[in-house]
Design a protein around this ligand. Structure first.
Ligand code: DLZ
Length: 162
């Protein structure tokens, strides 16, 4: 999996469990959609690369990253998914209440996972600039959506093994 030196899309392919039959919900923030739709594309491509069927991926949209936890909770509680992937982008230099939105998204996503017992993955970019976001949405640093998809597969596999 990526660390701060590596590309977000680089991982040991042999360390990823077979994901055929796993079902995923993806919740995408519409704010900064040029970035978040790329994250979503990366997540879908990565899930499918590891065996997930199109019909086992449900995509839902929320207005902004602040709404990701609520969207994730709706999906976790009302649909049959094994994990939910939350995708958003909050750019520090362009968002006056950056901390409020990021903290609400991070705390909320954590809480939804713990409350529903379904893995909920934090695929939210929090860069300083638009260019840094582009670099992590299919650019020179890879795609945060790929990383989120791999995390989701691994968490579903962990839960199934226990
Ligand atoms: C309002 C707002 C601002 C200023 N910036 C962002 C952002 O950079 N990224 C993001 O995902 N959402 C942003 N939002 C919208 C909030 O997340 C939320 O949708 C609104 O405050 C309505 O609750």
């Amino acid at each position: 999996m990526a660390d701060k030196k590596k590309n977000l899309s680089e991982y040991d392919i042999h360390a990823v469990p077979e994901a055929k039959g796993m079902r995923f919900g993806i919740v995408v923030a519409e704010w900064n959609d040029e970035i978040t739709f790329e994250l979503c594309r990366g997540a879908i491509d990565t899930l499918k690369k590891h065996g997930v069927e199109d019909d086992d991926i449900d995509i839902h949209y929320v207005p902004g990253s602040f709404e990701l936890p609520m969207g994730a909770q709706f999906v976790a509680e009302t649909t049959k998914v094994d994990a939910v992937i939350c995708l958003g982008c909050v750019i520090q230099g362009e968002t006056r209440h950056f901390e409020f939105i990021c903290n609400a998204a991070a705390d909320g996503i954590t809480n939804v996972g713990l409350k529903t017992n379904i893995p909920v993955i934090f695929g939210v970019l929090t860069p300083d600039t638009w260019q840094q976001a582009k670099d992590r949405a299919g650019g020179k640093h890879g795609n945060k959506g790929d990383e989120a998809a791999i995390s989701a597969i691994k968490m579903v596999d962990l839960r199934r093994k226990l």
